[in-house]
Design a protein around this ligand. Sequence first.
Ligand code: ADP
Ligand code: SF4
Length: 693
Amino acid sequence: MLKANRYDVLFERVSIGPVTARNRFYQVPHCCGMGHLRPQAHAAMRAIKAEGGWAVVSTEETEIHPSSDLSPSTEQRLWDEKDIPALRLMTDAVHDQGALAAIELVHCGHHAPNLLSRMPPLAPVNMAIDIPYPKQARAMSKSDIKDLRCWHRTAARRAKDAGFDIVYVYAGHKLTLPQHFLLPEFNTRTDEYGGSLENRTRLIRELLEETKEEIGDRCAVAFRFAVDELKGGDGMQAHEEGRGVVELLADIPDLWDVVVSDWANDSQTTRFQMDEGYQVPYIKFVKEVTQRPVVAVGRFTSPDLMVSLVNRKIVDFIGAARPSISDPFLPMKIRDNRIDEIRECIGCNICVSSDVLGVPIRCTQNPTMGEEWRRGWHPEKIEPNITDAATLVVGAGPAGLECAMQLARRGYHVTLAEATGELGGRVLQESGLKGLAAWLRVRDNRVYELQQSGNVDIFLNSPLSAEQIIEFGIENIFLATGSRWRRDGIGRSSRRAIPKLEATQVLTPNDIMDGTQLPEGPIVIYDDDQGYLAGVIADHLSTAGHEITFVTPASVVSPWTSYTLEQERVQRSLIMQGVKILANATIINAATSVIETCCVFSGERKETSCNAIVLVTEREPNLTLHSELNRISSSEEKWDSTLNVKVIGDAFMPGLIADAVFSGHLAARNFEADPTRSDLAFYRREIPWLPTG
Ligand code: ADP
Ligand code: SF4
């Protein structure tokens, strides 16, 4: 029997229509880049959440018909009964772990480009589709609306046949036809589906009632609804029509899953929204209006806040997408009072980026995410050690910390040496920049576990040389020595150094993060990396009062951040602060107090004054120690044993923090493992089935 704890309220059972959830932890629908193309990987990933204690585990959006074809994005698909077995994999796996399985049925209207199916997209009225592609959605006739209702009803039946317990009607994120009908921006119809709020809600009411009629005997019907678009009077607002919709439909669904719209507003990053529970002000009225249980999200990781939300009758369920990705075992850790072990989401949206790019989900904090089936990884379990071999990890950035932590979990003795006086490497550095403070959780979580571990020795202020490593006598060495930003301007747009850089003060992101003093007057930030960091530095330095010109060969600031749903916020923030943006330009020359740029299209040249230039172009792996070790270990007179040296993280391949963590994790898992087994795991793929005869 477990001892009662102050989080007990979170573990009460809650009824949702005809089904009962075992506790209040609800993994709301979230994309994962697996979908109908990778059903085994998908089922295994969802099953881990169920194992971790979530009471409800949902799919991502599930297309109900070829006229809602999101290809090349990989979502779920329930176009006909042939899709049922793939979804059955998930429901069986989730049920095996005692959780309920939910499915988010969707018709995406003009958001679905139908590139695979080649069907005309559908919308309340004629309009351009939602991606830049010269194609339009067709205004739906009454008979199209009838068809849509029929497709939804049929999909609900198939969902029930696939074993789902909860079936969604979805009007959120500006991505779905039911919401498009609701919003006057998209719905200017003059028939009974347009005009008044009641008319615009008609389709949703029909879908909810028909879904209940079709499957309500055994399955609950959930309604996912965006109460506010965060556009003020230009869009739906929670205190106006948002509330009106809840009043109109109050007790029709068995569960209200309420969010804000669009996706970028719902899944805000910590860079722009630090507060956990940031959606509460918008959704808190819902329980006053309906008798049905309510679930809401807001990057919840603090159990005290969760308890307070339930006790204050704001929600019945703690909804989570990202916190469940970062820590699939979050409910169990709370249940067992292991709060310090929660791997808190850092709100970086790397998970989102993988879905946007159409590859299986990954997570900065949880390197096992997306690898449950392919590599057989579990977030809480790892193979025990094979021998008593001692290990040395050099460098305590994200790669070194993760590697050391997993080696220690396996039972190996680990010596972790860090050159500086603090653990964290680039995470420590980057988290000192404006908006990135939450990223320090990547370090804190791992340092906490390392400190608890009895088999880890940590040495700070220990910049190891090859000679010292050899003197140590530990043969298994993981080099996580990181990388440094280049100082010569070589990068994506030019493989040649920028001429005459010596005429001006040149800084790199490392200098900025080290706190190097900048001169007075104009500063140029040159972003040829085109990731997130240059934009962060521009924001940081501009907030500190510097006059910034942001030069980039890209057409927009930090184009990569569109994958994390941040790009518009990044550019808006710089514009609002008065940062001058010079897009489509490379720097071709430097001189005293001036740089010369060249338009990437026309070749037109221009001079911009600057007293210092921050080059954010490319990184070079720190491999000096590795070369030195190679040199010494190959000279027999100095060394007569075999060193087993593995380079990991940014020293191996400069990339995202998520890549560094993954690399450290992989190296620890593979240490002393049978190489044929780890290779096999890597190549485990879902291959289209071909008829044999
Ligand atoms: P990664 O992202 O791969 O983890 P980081 O750049 O974040 O890389 O971290 C590398 C860490 O390695 C830094 O904290 C750095 O101080 C440390 N380091 C680099 N060279 C040595 C060395 N020779 N001995 C000990 N620590 C080192
Ligand atoms: Fe959170 Fe980042 Fe992991 Fe997504 S990738 S779950 S935002 S830590």
